[in-house]
Design a binder for this molecule. Structure first.
Ligand SMILES: *Cc1c(COP(=O)(O)O)cnc(C)c1O
Length: 369
């Protein structure tokens, strides 16, 4: 751990290892682990995270788009990569870089088979995605006969896995709905396996699913947010360690006289003599404008310092009237305190959004605490 001299996103690989071991302790030893490293590894650094996960023994990776899979291949990562949301325009890259597409519609299956045949592929691994209630991407149960008939006519592709995605695995008040999703996925996969003469891997749970529905782990689990240190509920968060800390420094301290304003549009007016600190991080870095005017805060020497006025593109001003600090001192935007959950919660958001919004211009610094 180093003292920040500029804005950095510190990534603790020991925390990643801790989270990986905690999550895998919740499942059977034989269950495979797919790590979701989309969106730059939830805003951290997908390449660094993926390499560490390879060392930890991960079985699969998933990304949203094929370009994210290509970036992993460019770093010589050879683990299978599931592309969750490919489009027909990506098929060339997918096959060239040995990425494995999620096939979620009749149009996709038809076009991917035609593409794989044109490239003289045999048994190219594909993953069939079934919609069981999220209503986002996926075949419906009614497509099963069409799918198996279509697959029987070609040997260009092979179903490596069949999967579905839960809509509300973190929300126990939706347990009945989730059980229905799991039940429907079980039915679909049994019918699929009966129609194919081989057994693809089955998987449906994400991080909250691992925690709340371990009985639905099937052959593999897909974990994203848990690896990065969040479990979607405060009890589970206690067992996980956030891997990312967004740190910055005080660039300048101003003494503000009563009646003077701070920042754009004069959104804040001082009532007393106050001290503000200007930080080199702004909404272009992922610190949303919604955190302005006291909604968000940072921590300096463990003390809470609220944001004053509007968040600027590259800077933010904070109230340090009651904090003993000086120019150059380190500031924690989020990490242990405030956590990404505390901060994002202040604007009605979630850690997923705050973490993935951290701009690529912020330097990533890897450490092991
Ligand atoms: C993003 C994603 C995941 C990971 O979910 P977490 O809640 O971050 O564990 C799993 N499966 C699919 C289909 C996803 O899109």
């Amino acid at each position: 751990m180093q003292n920040a001299t500029e804005t950095i996103l510190e990534i603790d690989l020991n925390a990643l290892g801790h989270n990986y071991r905690y999550l895998t302790s919740k499942i059977e030893k034989t269950t495979k682990v797919l790590a979701v490293v989309k969106a730059f590894g939830y805003g951290s650094d997908a390449n660094v995270i993926a390499k560490e996960l390879v060392d930890l023994g991960v079985d699969y990776f998933a990304v949203a788009y094929s370009s994210e899979g290509e970036a992993l291949r460019d770093q010589s990562i050879e683990t299978p990569v599931l592309v969750l949301h490919p489009l027909p325009g990506n098929f060339n890259m997918i096959v060239e870089r040995c990425l494995e597409p999620s096939i979620y519609s009749r149009r996709m299956l038809t076009q991917f088979i035609a593409f794989a045949e044109s490239k003289k592929q045999e048994h190219y691994p594909i993953h069939l995605k079934f919609n069981t209630g999220l209503n986002r991407l996926g075949f419906s149960e009614d497509d099963l006969d069409w799918i198996t008939e279509t697959l029987k006519k070609t040997n260009a592709v092979q179903v490596r896995s069949a999967f579905s995605h839960l809509a509300a695995s973190e929300d126990l008040s939706e347990a009945e709905f989730t059980q229905k999703q799991i039940g429907q996925f079980r039915t679909i996969s049994e019918k699929l396996i009966a129609a194919l003469d081989y057994k693809p891997l089955l998987h449906t749970v994400n991080t909250s699913g691992i925690i709340n529905y371990p009985e639905a782990q099937f052959d593999m689990v897909r974990t994203g947010i848990g690896l990065y240190g969040f479990g979607n509920d405060s009890e589970e968060n206690k067992h996980l360690k956030p891997i990312a800390t967004l740190k910055t420094v005080i660039s300048q301290i101003h003494k503000i006289q009563p009646g003077e304003s701070v920042g754009y549009n004069r959104a804040y007016t001082a009532k007393d003599v106050e001290r503000t600190a200007t930080l080199p991080v702004g909404h272009a870095d992922g610190l949303s404008r919604a955190y302005g005017n006291g909604t968000g805060w940072v921590s300096i020497h463990g003390k809470r310092a609220p944001i004053v006025g509007n968040v600027c593109m590259d800077m933010v001003m904070i109230d340090v009237s009651n904090i003993d600090c000086q120019e150059g001192d380190e500031v924690v935007v989020f990490g242990a305190n405030p956590s990404a959950e505390d901060l994002s919660g202040a604007i009605g958001s979630i850690p997923y959004e705050l973490l993935t919004a951290i701009s690529q211009r912020i330097k990533r610094v890897v450490c092991r605490k």
